[in-house]
Design a protein around this ligand. Structure first.
Ligand SMILES: O=C(O)CCC(=O)C(=O)O
Ligand SMILES: [Fe+2]
Length: 219
């Protein structure tokens, strides 16, 4: 597998610790996060994932489902269609996405775990609802919905206001999910810094297009 591993410890917001707040506050709840991204140049012409991504009816379908006004395929040759891999452990703990939406295709499930848990519309642009977030982090089943996806299932999910996680994995089989990325302007690529973080390398295009940036994809 040509994945680049990422380990971190993050709160649900991907922000710094706040020593001024009580220990149980959501901004102070840090979880291990561990996964690997297989960059898009492993899925070249003729690969099934690229055929789906570039299938002329696919992007318009996703755009209509999301109701987005401006919607373009990502122009980043390392990041437009990638595979996320996660092994036994705590792959994707509770978080709000920093991007507006995520489009995934389930490829392989782990033996145990890997369900998608989410709490719809838990915060709004004007109300962080830290009490509600804390209740979900503490396992309040009344606020949590569970989705079990099987290989081949396409998921279109708006994660900025809905807290979500992938339940911890166990067993020897890794979980694989493809992620299709879209942006609001044509011709965009990721910044060199973020690309190096996520994929462990950059291409000339990431340096050359330093003025035309977007990091509006994977969190
Ligand atoms: O792997 C998944 O099913 C979703 C992961 C996720 O929440 C994300 O990429 O932001
Ligand atoms: Fe997410």
């Amino acid at each position: 597998m040509h994945g680049h591993r990422n380990f971190s410890r993050t709160n649900p917001y991907f922000t710094q610790d706040r020593a001024d707040l009580p220990a149980e506050h959501p901004l102070r709840r840090f979880y291990d996060r561990s996964n690997a991204f297989v960059p898009a140049d492993n899925f070249g012409r003729g690969s099934i994932l690229r055929e789906i991504y570039e299938w002329p009816v696919f992007a318009p379908f996703v755009q209509a489902a999301l109701g987005e006004q401006r919607f373009f395929r990502y122009a980043d040759p390392l990041a437009d269609v990638i595979v996320n891999t996660a092994e036994a452990g705590n792959g994707f703990p509770w978080h709000f996405d920093t991007n507006n939406y995520t489009v995934t295709l389930a490829i392989q499930n782990a033996e145990v775990g890997g369900d998608f848990e989410y709490s719809p519309h838990l915060r709004t642009p004007t109300d962080e609802n830290y009490e509600g977030v804390q209740a979900v982090l503490d396992g309040d089943a009344g606020l949590i919905r569970t989705l079990h996806l099987e290989p081949g299932d396409l998921q279109i999910f708006k994660g900025r206001y809905s807290l979500h996680r992938v339940t911890p994995l166990s067993g020897s089989q890794a979980r694989y999910v493809a992620i299709f990325s879209y942006v609001e302007e044509p011709g965009m690529v990721g910044s060199a810094e973020r690309t190096a973080q996520l994929y462990g390398r950059v291409l000339p295009v990431h340096v050359e297009r330093a003025g035309v940036r977007s990091d509006a994809l994977v969190d």
